[in-house]
Design a protein around this ligand. Structure first.
Ligand code: HEM
Length: 429
């Protein structure tokens, strides 16, 4: 088959962060691409991005995610990055295309060794030990929402601070430093959105965005170096202590790996969960019947949580590099080619999900791929589910009704996306 190449308009739409703020048109675009050319070559008309293959079928995204020998994370940027950003990262790091040397930017044999350090900690059995703390935090968060009512913006009051606070607790970051962590994460992930990056300016150049991200990485690194030193002196039971005192092949983690690990947990752990939490609330606010149903039957809460994660797909893509010549859905991919595994498109694939745009908490076999699959599958997936379940149990206990009080707005971002505002009106019980 001849390589299907996107038209310039389609290529721009896929690359432009603004496309990701308009959800239905974005899903229309992916539906069309998936139906006509499920493996599509994207060539930026201005050549500011290197060409890549856009993968939109659930089956293909799953296969690539699980085949970690054929599809590598590390040689090329793991997130869609323009040429200027990649060059800057390579210059700064002395060759790596990723500014942060974290789990997602590594392959075997180093990746599994680093991952094993904390894997146990993130399993349900260990998380039980922090469940009471999380519930306490969820209660206090709902108190704050109710105090601000009967109308409030759910994002800054609830969905943003709550997961941030959980992840900061497990990293051992004191509460007074949390605003700084939130700010830094938004610099790293929200650099493409004028409301979330620190300049307040739209249409930043690729170089400006890269500089914002770089500044955040530097701040994070300095902060976590101090935290690790403190944990070596005063060990606790948190993830910070495991990392500060852990060894690989008998050696302590080198400073770059250590900083990268803290940064990935700090950054990956909250904007994502914040987006799916806000998405769950949006679904309930738009559907009073569903709200009443789940309020009456709490066994439906895990279904709400899982469906919200699929329906919102907070991590919109990751990139891989083909490590050998390979064929995907009949299209030949050459060794060295760059691929975008698009979780949004995959999670709305009608071949996998009946009526994919419908929020259906009773979906059978919700085999979504929002947490990825294979060796890099989200380390925090049990934690994310636990946090969301507890928060919604508390919300359902304390609120009698909830509805939209204005237009929700999504962030401009190709990578981690979701709502940045969600005005709601509610009645407390
Ligand atoms: C990796 C999604 C919450 C920590 C990932 C990946 C995705 C993802 C798609 C990459 C998977 C792959 O390449 O196959 C999400 C979503 C979340 C969420 C949608 C919330 C709804 C969390 C939380 C934490 C976390 C709460 C930790 C506190 C990580 C880490 C990785 C990761 C450390 C890298 C794993 C590796 O490369 O081995 N996540 N995540 N995530 N996530 Fe999450």
């Amino acid at each position: 088959m001849n390589a299907p190449v996107a038209t310039p308009e389609t290529a721009i739409a896929v690359i432009d962060p603004k496309s990701y703020a308009a959800w239905d048109p974005l899903l229309d675009l992916f539906d069309k691409i998936r139906a006509e050319t499920p493996v599509l070559r994207i060539e930026s008309p201005t050549d500011d991005h290197a060409p890549f293959w856009l993968i939109t079928r659930h089956e293909d995204v799953m296969r690539i995610s699980k085949d970690n020998a054929t599809f590598l994370n590390s040689p090329r940027p793991t997130v869609l990055t323009n040429r200027a950003g990649e060059a800057l990262a390579r210059e700064i790091t002395g060759g790596s295309p990723n500014l942060v040397q974290s789990l997602v930017a590594l392959d075997a044999p180093k990746h599994p060794k680093l991952r094993r350090l904390t894997q146990e900690w993130f399993m349900p059995k260990n998380l039980k030990l922090i469940e009471a703390d999380i519930r306490d935090l969820a209660k206090r968060t709902v108190d704050r929402l109710i105090a601000a009512g009967p109308e409030a913006d759910f994002v800054p009051l609830v969905s943003a601070p709550y997961p941030l606070h959980v992840v900061m607790q497990i990293l051992g970051v004191p509460e007074e430093d949390e605003p700084r962590m939130l700010f830094l994460t938004q610099q790293m992930f929200g650099g493409q959105d004028e409301d979330l990056n620190k300049t307040g300016m739209a249409n930043l150049s690729p170089e400006q965005i890269s500089q914002i991200v770089l500044g955040a990485v530097k701040d994070f690194t300095e902060y976590f170096e101090k935290l690790a030193e403190d944990r070596r002196q005063n060990p606790g039971k948190d993830v910070a202590t495991i990392l500060a005192t852990g060894t690989i092949d008998g050696q302590p983690l080198d400073p770059l790996d250590l900083a990268g690990y803290y940064i990935i947990v700090a950054a990956a752990g909250h904007d994502t969960t914040s987006a799916s939490t806000a998405g769950a609330m949006l679904a309930l606010a738009k559907d009073p019947e569903q709200f009443a149903k789940v309020k009456a039957d709490r066994s439906l809460v895990p279904g709400i949580v899982e469906e919200a994660i699929r329906w919102t797909t907070p991590v919109q893509h990751f990139m891989r590099m083909a490590n050998e010549d390979v064929e995907i859905s009949g299209v030949k991919i050459a060794k060295g080619d760059w691929l975008m595994i698009n979780y949004v498109a995959a999670n709305h694939d009608p071949a996998q999900f009946d009526q994919p745009r419908k929020f259906d908490a009773t979906r059978d076999q919700n085999r979504h791929i929002a947490f990825g699959a294979g060796a890099h599958q989200c380390l925090g997936l049990h934690l994310a589910r636990l946090e969301m379940r507890i928060l919604f149990e508390e919300i359902l206990d304390r609120l009698d009704s909830i509805e939209l009080a204005g237009e929700p707005k999504r962030a401009n971002s190709t990578f981690v996306g979701g709502l940045k505002t969600l005005p709601v009106r509610f009645r407390a019980s």
